[in-house]
Write a protein that binds this ligand. Sequence first.
Ligand SMILES: Cc1ncc(COP(=O)(O)O)c(C=O)c1O
Length: 465
Amino acid sequence: MLHFTGLRIAVLNNWSDEYLSCLNNSPTSYFHRQQKTMTQQHQALLAQAEQYDQTDTLAHYQEQFHFPLHNNGEPLRYFCGHSLGLQPKQAMQHVHLAMDIWRFQGIDHQFEGGKPWLKYMQDLNAGMATLVGADTAEVTVMNALTVNLHLLLASFFQPQGQRCKIVIEQGAFPSDRYAVISQLRWHGLDPERDLIEIAPAAGQRHVDEAQVEALLQAQGEQIALVMFPGVQFLTGQFFDLQRITRAAHQAGAMAGFDLAHAAGNLPLQLHDSGADFAAWCSYKYMNGSPGTLGGCFIHARHHGNPELVKLAGWWANAPETRFDMPVDIDWASGADAWQISNPPLLTAAPLIAALAIHNAAGMAALRSKSIALTGYLEQLLNTLLSDHCEIITPADPARRGCQLSMRVKAGTEQGEQLFQQLRNQGFICDWRRPDIMRIAPVPLYNSFADVRDLAVAMRNILVTL
Ligand SMILES: Cc1ncc(COP(=O)(O)O)c(C=O)c1O
C-alpha cells in the first residue's frame, strides 16, 4: 500500500519542524551542497524528496523502463510522459515474440498456439477497459486516435435540421479541431456557423464546466454534439466528464471525449460518466510505443443499435462467423463492432507489455503517488521559482493529472533558453510557444528526487537569464 496521503498533506501544508530536523539528518547530497544560498525553508523542502522516495512503494517500477541517455551516458530525467511515454524493457521481448509467432506459425497463429492473435486483442481490450473504468465490451483497441475520432464521429455526429452544431473548447488540440471541421464539411455544413468554441470567461485561464452547461441551456436545440478533452493538452486542466455529459444529454446532444492526456494518467469512470464515446492514444501515459494502437469507448447503451451508422469492415463482423465471409455483416457485439481492419500484431506487442505494467501497479496507487509527486513539484515551483514563472494548471489536484504547465514570465526567448539549458543538463521537458513549459512527473518512472533536481536546475538557470 502507498502512504502518500500523509505525504501529500505534508506537501500541501508546507514544511514543518519534522522536515527541518530531517534536513539535519539527511545525507549531504549534490543539491544540498549546491544550495547554500537557499534559505533553511527551501532546503527543508528539498530534503523531503529523500523521505518520499524511501516510502514510495511504486519506486521499483522505474527499473522496468528504458531511459534515453544523455551524451555523458547518464539516463535523462524524463518529464515528457504527456507526449510520449518511455519504453518498457519488456516491450522488445513482446515484439520478438510477435515476430517469432509470425515466423514459426504463419497463418496458424491467428487461431492456434499458446496465445493466438485474436486472444491478444481481446486481452488488450480488457486491459484498456480496466484502466479507463469501462466494461470490457465497451472498449476496443484499434487504429490511431484521430482516425478513431472520425470513426466515432461518423456514428455519433448525425446532424438533423437545426440540430447540427458541434461544441468544442477554444484552444482544442489542432487534430480535434481539424477533425470536427472536416466532419461538418463532410455533412455539407459550414464550420463558421456550426462550430461553437467555448473560450475561458474574461480574466479566466480555464473553461469552466458551468460555461458548457449555460451554452447548452441557451442553444441546446441546435447542438448535436459536445466533444471535449479529458485533460486539456496545454493547461493540464481535467474536465468533469460526467457533468459535461449530463448537460449535453439534457439538451438532447451527444457527448464524446478525447482522452489522449487523461487515459493512464487519472482514474476514469467512463461507463459511469455516461459519455457516449471516447477515444485516446496509448503512447503517452500508457507507454505503448510511438503511434501505437489507440483505445475507443462506446457506451453499452449504444451497442447493438441497428439505427446507429457505423463505417464497417470485415473486422466488425463477429469473430465466430468472420471467416465464413457472410455476404451481409454479422456484427460483432459491443465496441468491437466499430473495428474495420485486422489489427497489426507488431504494433500491439509493446502495448501489451506496457499495459501489463500499468495494471500491475494499478491506477489507484499510481494516482495516489501522482498527486503527491505533482503536488511536490507545484510546491517547489511556487517556493523557489515564483518570481520567474506562474503555474497555469489548476491548483486543485482533483482538477488535474500529472502535468503542470507553467508560464515563463520573462517570455519566449528566456523560456527557450531555459528549455535548452535544462536539456543540456539532462532534463527533458516540453516547450510550447510563446511561453509555456509543460512538465509531467509520471508516477511509474519519476521519483521525488527527479522532481527536486529539476526544480533546482530550473532555479539555477532562471536566476542567470
Ligand atoms: C489531445 C490530442 N488529441 C489528438 C492527438 C492526435 O493523436 P494521433 O496522432 O494519434 O491521431 C494528440 C496527439 O498528441 C493529442 O495530444
